[in-house]
Design a protein around this ligand. Structure first.
Ligand code: BV8
Length: 291
């Protein structure tokens, strides 16, 4: 499933109810926090966790593979799956929603205008590639690596085939992020740590059952306690502690806009739920700020 929208048909007729109220809140907000989940990248072609998958992706469920147990049981499979996801993300591009948030952040970054910070559950780099600064990657990044034994951070290029430089992507090479790409990756082992010489590299990802990076969580809490608007985009609000974060903003007296084509566990608590997609709603909110 290489880049390009996998979302044709998901929201064929967004009613966008709540958009006018959300746009007014965006227009008057000065300290904004944007919390994003997998739905933020869906229109870029990055599958979400709950989207029913076909093909190989269907066989590899995030809940099963995104765990330390899976890593110890089969490091090659877990390593390959993350390499494949990193290559898939690299074959995708930021969507209009990522671009809109980046533009909104630039405007509020003008002296005296305020601030817009992004805290994401996503492990992709699409916010950054849209030109935005990201305050926190609550669940890590597909492009960070460390030794599973000594913890030393390490550089690794997902484009290389497990430490061996992959040949030029000739006509026979499968498209990055395709099923054939995953098939060929499944034979890879995680590279050895060059610091301790014994450990293997693991993805810099927060697996289920692992603590979130303390600083990332702390910075997000502080921003939410100080904001006047939080915008929650593309999350099913099921995974803790990220799912509790929007309530911090509500508790601090901020308005909270939820952007999601579906209703979630959080929708009834939101100040406004806009039933639409990231790439359709966020440009409208940004336009209310950019004028
Ligand atoms: C923790 C990286 C303390 C991995 C992720 C038992 C043992 C241990 C812990 C637990 C336990 N039971 C519960 C827990 C807590 C657990 C948890 O919450 N589990 C859930 C399943 C109940 N949490 C943890 O383990 C966390 N750590 O608690 O540590 C601890 C430690 C030990 C013991 C106890 C406690 C760590 C959680 C982080 C896991 N890592 N990601 C990887 O990527 O491989 S989580 C991962 O799943 C994502 O990062 C994201 O957070 C989550 C998926 O959720 P979403 O982002 O919301 O995506 P989803 O697909 O669900 O929804 C997409 C939404 O977008 C939908 O609503 C859809 O409608 C919408 N949408 C679709 N298209 C669009 C759209 N919206 C807008 N536009 C569109 N176009």
């Amino acid at each position: 499933m290489p880049g390009g929208s996998v979302y044709s048909g998901l929201v064929t007729d967004p009613d966008l109810s709540g958009l006018a109220e959300a746009a007014e809140l965006a227009h008057t907000a000065h300290r904004v926090v944007v919390l994003t989940g997998a739905g933020m990248s869906a229109e870029s072609g990055v599958p979400t966790f709950r989207e029913a998958q076909t093909g190989l992706w269907e066989r590899y469920s995030p809940e099963q593979l995104a765990t330390e147990d899976a890593w110890f049981a089969d490091p090659d499979l877990v390593w390959s799956w993350y390499q494949w996801r990193a290559r898939l993300v690299r074959s995708c591009s930021p969507n209009a929603g990522h671009q809109a948030i980046a533009a909104w952040q630039r405007v509020l970054g003008n002296p005296g205008a305020g601030s817009l910070v992004i805290s994401t559950q996503n492990v992709d780099d699409l916010h950054e590639r849209a030109g935005a600064d990201v305050l926190a990657h609550l669940h890590g990044s597909l492009f960070d690596y460390r030794c599973a034994d000594c913890g030393t951070p390490a550089d690794h290029d997902p484009g290389s085939m497990g430490g061996k430089e992959s040949g030029p992507a000739g006509p026979s090479a499968p498209a990055a992020g395709s099923e054939a790409d995953l098939e060929q990756l499944l034979r890879l082992s995680p590279p050895q740590c060059t610091a301790c010489g014994t450990g293997r590299l693991r993805p810099g990802i927060v697996w289920f059952g692992e603590m979130l990076p303390e600083q990332a969580l702390e910075d997000t809490y502080s921003a939410l306690e100080d904001c006047d608007l939080a915008v929650v985009v593309g999350t099913s609000a099921l995974v803790q502690p990220a799912a509790s974060l929007p309530y911090v903003a509500l508790g601090a007296g901020a308005a909270v806009v939820e952007v999601n084509p579906e209703v979630t566990e959080f929708s009834t608590a939101a100040t406004v739920h806009v039933a639409g997609t990231a790439a359709s709603v966020l440009p409208a909110l940004a336009r209310s700020v950019l004028g």
